[in-house]
Design a protein around this ligand. Structure first.
Ligand SMILES: [Zn+2]
Length: 322
C-alpha cells in the first residue's frame, strides 16, 4: 500500500535516531521500537530486500521498482540497542553507514549538541532562550532581514516552531562553526555537562561494527569526519576523507579494502568530484539523503547513477501512518 500511493522506483529508507525507556531519551525525530515495527509493516516485508540482495540486484540491473532497503547513518548507538533487535527478529539485513573520526575519539558534535538540548532543559524552548541570551551578535536584525526565508520555511515545514527555524538559521548562517561551538561550550559548563562521559551511550564502538558485520549487515562508508557541506571540500580533501574511512573500516572488520562496495553521502552533500573519487575507490552503490531530482547537482532523473540512489526519511513514512 506504501507504493501504490506514490513511488515507482527502488530506493532506500533512511533511519537515524531511536529512543527507549532506558538510556536513549526521546529527541526530535526519534522513534521507538514499536514505531519501527509499524513502519516496516507499513512498507511491507515483501518489499524490503536484504542489503546484499539489494546491492547484487542493482549491480546486475535486476532491481525492481517496488523494492527498498533499510539504511542507517551516523553510528548512533540507539540503532544497535533499539533497531538491531527488531531487524534480527524480522530477519532483515540492513546497510549501516559509518564515519570514522569517531574511532579517533572525535565524534560528530552534532550528536552531542542534540543530546544536550534534549536532556539538560525542561523543554526545547528553554534551551533556545538560554542560547539566544548568549549570542553577542545582532541576531534580531539578522532575523528581520531573513523574514522571507523564515516565512517560507514555516509554510514548507509546518512541524517546525518559529524558534526551531530561527535557531537553525542562526546556527547555520549567522555563526561560524567555531562561534557556535564556543556558545555551546559555555552552556555545557553552566550545566556541568561533560560530553566525553556520554560517548559510549551515544556512539558505536568498534565492537558494534564487528557485530553488525558478523550478523551479515553491510557496513559502508560515510566519510571520515562527516562534513555537513562535503561538496565544498577540494578534490584532495574529499579523496582523503574516503581513503581514511575505507582504511579504518577495513581494519575494524578485518576484511580487505576491496570488500567495501557501498556508501552514503554525509548530509546528502556531494559533487562531481565525489562521484569520481568513489568510482576510483571501487564503490558500486551510493545513497543520497532525499527523494528529489537535484538539478543543481546535475541530476537528470531520480536514481541518477548507482552512486546517487534516493532515500526516503522515516519521518515521512511515520506521517503516512498517523
Ligand atoms: Zn550522516
Amino acid at each position: 500500500m506504501y507504493f501504490n500511493k506514490e513511488n515507482s522506483f527502488y530506493h532506500g529508507i533512511m533511519f537515524h535516531h531511536f529512543h527507549d525507556e532506558k538510556i536513549h531519551s526521546k529527541s526530535q525525530g526519534s522513534i521507538s521500537r514499536d514505531e519501527f515495527y509499524k513502519i516496516i509493516k507499513h512498507i511491507g516485508l515483501e518489499n524490503i530486500l536484504n542489503a546484499n540482495e539489494f546491492y547484487l540486484r542493482l549491480k546486475d540491473n535486476k532491481l525492481e521498482n517496488k523494492k527498498v532497503c533499510i539504511t542507517f547513518d551516523d553510528c548512533i548507538k540507539a540503532q544497535i540497542d533499539v533497531a538491531l533487535p527488531v531487524l534480527e527478529d524480522l530477519k532483515i539485513k540492513a546497510f549501516f553507514f559509518v564515519y570514522t573520526s569517531l574511532f579517533d575519539n572525535e565524534p560528530d558534535f552534532l550528536e552531542i549538541y542534540r543530546h544536550f538540548r534534549s536532556n539538560y532543559f525542561n523543554n526545547i524552548d528553554d534551551f533556545y532562550k538560554e542560547f539566544f541570551k548568549l549570542l553577542d551578535k545582532d541576531f534580531k536584525t539578522f532575523l528581520k532581514d531573513n523574514n522571507k526565508f523564515i516565512e517560507n520555511k514555516k509554510s514548507k515545514f509546518p512541524f517546525y516552531s518559529t524558534n526551531d527555524i530561527n535557531f537553525r538559521l542562526i546556527r547555520d548562517s549567522l555563526l561560524s562553526k567555531e562561534e557556535y561551538k564556543k556558545i555551546m561550550l559555555i552552556m555545557f559548563k553552566e550545566k556541568k555537562f561533560e560530553p566525553k562521559k556520554y560517548y559510549s551511550n551515544l556512539f558505536f564502538s568498534e565492537k558494534d561494527i564487528n557485530q553488525l558485520n558478523s550478523l551479515e549487515h553491510i557496513v559502508g562508508l560515510h566519510s571520515h569526519s562527516h562534513h555537513t557541506m562535503f561538496e565544498n571540500l577540494s578534490y584532495e580533501e574529499q579523496k582523503n576523507e574516503y581513503i581514511k574511512c575505507m582504511k579504518k573500516i577495513s581494519e575494524i572488520i578485518s576484511k580487505p579494502q576491496s570488500h567495501i562496495k557501498v556508501m552514503s553521502h554525509p548530509c546528502g552533500s556531494y559533487n562531481h568530484d565525489t562521484l569520481k573519487i568513489l568510482k576510483n575507490l571501487g564503490i558500486d552503490l551510493g545513497f543520497k539523503a532525499s527523494m528529489h531530482v537535484e538539478k543543481d547537482r546535475g541530476m537528470k532523473k531520480i536514481n541518477n547513477s548507482t552512486l546517487e540512489i534516493a532515500r526516503k526519511d522515516h519521518s515521512e513514512i511515520i506521517k503516512m501512518i498517523k
